[in-house]
Design a protein around this ligand. Structure first.
Ligand SMILES: *[C@@H]1O[C@H](CO)[C@@H](O)[C@H](O)[C@H]1NC(C)=O
Ligand SMILES: *[C@@H]1O[C@H](CO)[C@@H](O)[C@H](O)[C@H]1NC(C)=O
Ligand SMILES: *[C@@H]1O[C@H](CO)[C@@H](O)[C@H](O)[C@H]1NC(C)=O
Ligand SMILES: *[C@@H]1O[C@H](CO)[C@@H](O)[C@H](O)[C@H]1NC(C)=O
Length: 141
């Protein structure tokens, strides 16, 4: 009898936790980091550029996502499956591979952007405007 009560109690607890986590998932609107690569040297969006995202953990950049830009040059979420966290992120763009398809070389084969997320309730848009001899970025939303 005692054992049955324990089982019933555990079941009840589990149902409670399930309901609670389910509710939390429903309510939280996770924000994301997006990017957009524009080839200003050629005058079109940079399609199919590999973007690797990193998160700084204990002094080390840990890889958290590999994505590629779509036909408009965009990646809507550079950290698929992970929630936005406070801290320092890095995006590394494989522009060398991108220029190879035009039989071109670039002075900046792997530009890296390091930035701070200090508010997880807002969206972060971190674009890259690119040419073979320069690039720039800014904080967008
Ligand atoms: C962020 O990405 C997740 C996962 O795809 C999505 O559920 C969520 O709606 C996105 N957040 C915003 C504000 O678009
Ligand atoms: C995207 O780039 C990769 C690596 O360069 C290449 O293997 C792949 O064929 C490209 N995909 C498209 C759709 O162009
Ligand atoms: C960073 O440190 C925390 C606390 O010591 C630890 O729990 C975590 O696993 C560490 N992460 C990495 C990537 O080493
Ligand atoms: C992204 O790709 C690199 C190179 O293949 C790999 O080392 C890294 O673990 C990948 N990251 C994730 C989150 O899968």
């Amino acid at each position: 009898m005692e054992r049955l009560a324990l089982v019933l109690f555990s079941l009840l607890l589990c149902t409670a936790c399930y309901a609670e986590s389910y509710e939390i998932n429903e309510d939280v609107q996770t924000q994301n980091i997006s990017t957009h690569v524009l080839d200003v040297g050629n005058g079109f969006p940079s399609v199919n550029v590999s973007v690797e995202a990193f998160y700084l953990e204990n002094g080390t950049f840990v890889s958290i996502g590999n994505t590629t830009t779509d036909v408009t040059g965009r990646v809507p979420i550079v950290h698929p499956g992970l929630p936005l966290q406070l801290g320092i992120y890095k995006l590394r763009f494989n522009t060398e591979q991108y220029y190879t398809q035009f039989s071109q070389t670039t002075f900046f084969p792997k530009p890296e952007l390091v930035f701070v997320v200090d508010d997880t309730s807002v969206h972060y848009h971190v674009p890259l405007t690119l040419s073979r001899f320069g690039y720039t970025t800014y904080k967008g939303q």
